[in-house]
Ligand binder design. Structure first.
Ligand code: CP
Length: 347
């Protein structure tokens, strides 16, 4: 089942929310990274740092006893845990509803589950769902702010934001504000299962707007040639070593086995062309940062030595997830856009 939000649905949502601020911020939702202005991105990064540095007792007063629901229809470790820790760090009460241990198993729809959570006092819902567009439907049906924690093969906006924070810490240390030149001169090689990756899609929407060149790399089955037309700043390259020689960041992706839908891949052939090994890294990108949204599959898209090696930022990405998600949760429960200095802060 696919639930792609139509243009009309998105327009309705935007109209309902429009009032001078970008729709996602006015409503508190974050559905697509593409709807954020660069000022929004900058404000989120600054707010993340402000919250990270704040005294934990003071921080926990910000959303004390406010209710946030985590609604997860797919497995997650990093996103679920970091959103939960972020909400709790702000003092909110959280509850987790998973498809495996709830009335979803009995056939309850997304709409009815959302309305039930709202009736229980949830003021925002963090949603992971296998269907692209599900967060738009949930926002429309509940009227609550929705944070997209990954919808099918479509988007994973909070991952792109934490990836950006990780890159900036390494490539632009000390810079929090972003503009169209922030990643100018930076080449990010995204390698692997681009076709099924919501992380790739959100990064493709965000990074070129900051001036980055994004080279997509993988076999035709996982990276159709048409991807080169995804937008300015996006290229397709089949030769990993050629791509890596140009990279400041090499972002590896897992093969999304759960989304292959019968597509057959020869894994030995895949590894020979696209696995990130110590030898490849040393020969082609000895200074580059290695990133991966996780979960990693050691011995498939990259070796354990690379994952644990000095160029790997994989656990640092996980770490940045909490600060970014604190900023997003705080925004979600704020009717008007927050500034890093607390304007518009909930009473
Ligand atoms: N990166 C990511 O979304 O990881 P999880 O599936 O563990 O949340």
């Amino acid at each position: 089942m696919m639930m792609r939000a139509s243009t009309a649905e998105r327009s309705t949502s935007a109209l309902e929310c429009a009032s001078g601020l970008s729709s996602t911020l006015k409503c508190g939702s974050l559905l697509s990274v593409g709807s954020l202005t660069l000022d929004d991105v900058s404000a989120i990064l600054q707010l993340a740092t402000q919250l990270e540095n704040e005294d934990p007792l003071e921080r926990a007063k910000r959303l004390a006893k406010r209710r946030i629901a985590l609604l997860f229809y797919e497995a997650s470790t990093r996103t679920r845990t970091s959103f939960e820790l972020a909400a709790k760090g702000l003092g909110a009460d959280t509850t987790l509803v998973s498809n495996l241990s709830s009335s979803i198993e009995k056939g309850e729809t997304l709409k009815d589950t959302g309305l039930t959570l709202r009736a229980l006092g949830a003021e925002a819902i963090i949603l992971r769902h296998p269907s692209s567009g599900a967060p738009w439907l949930l926002e429309r049906e509940t009227g609550l702010p929705v944070l997209n924690a990954g919808d099918g093969m479509h988007e994973h906006p909070s991952q792109a934001l934490l990836d950006l924070r990780t890159m900036m810490r390494h490539l632009r240390p000390g810079v929090e504000g972003v503009n169209a030149e922030t990643l100018a001169g930076v080449t990010v090689v995204v390698t692997g299962d681009i076709l099924h990756s919501r992380v790739a899609r959100s990064n493709m929407l965000l990074l070129p707007r900051l001036g980055a060149r994004v080279i997509l790399c993988g076999p035709e089955k996982l990276l159709p040639e048409v991807a080169a037309e995804a937008g300015p700043g996006i290229e397709v390259e089949r030769d990993l070593e050629h791509a890596m020689r140009q990279a400041q960041v090499v972002m590896m992706l897992r093969i999304q086995a759960e989304r292959l839908a019968g597509l057959h891949l020869d894994l030995e052939e895949y590894k020979s062309g696209y696995q990130l090994t110590e030898a490849r890294l040393a020969a082609c990108a000895p200074q580059a940062s290695v990133m991966h949204p996780g979960p990693i599959v050691r011995g498939l898209e990259l070796t354990g030595e690379v994952a644990d090696g000095p160029q790997s930022l994989i656990l640092e990405q996980v770490h940045h997830g909490v600060a970014i998600r604190m900023a997003l949760v705080l925004r979600a429960l704020t009717l008007r856009g927050l500034t890093p200095h607390g304007e518009g802060r909930p009473a």
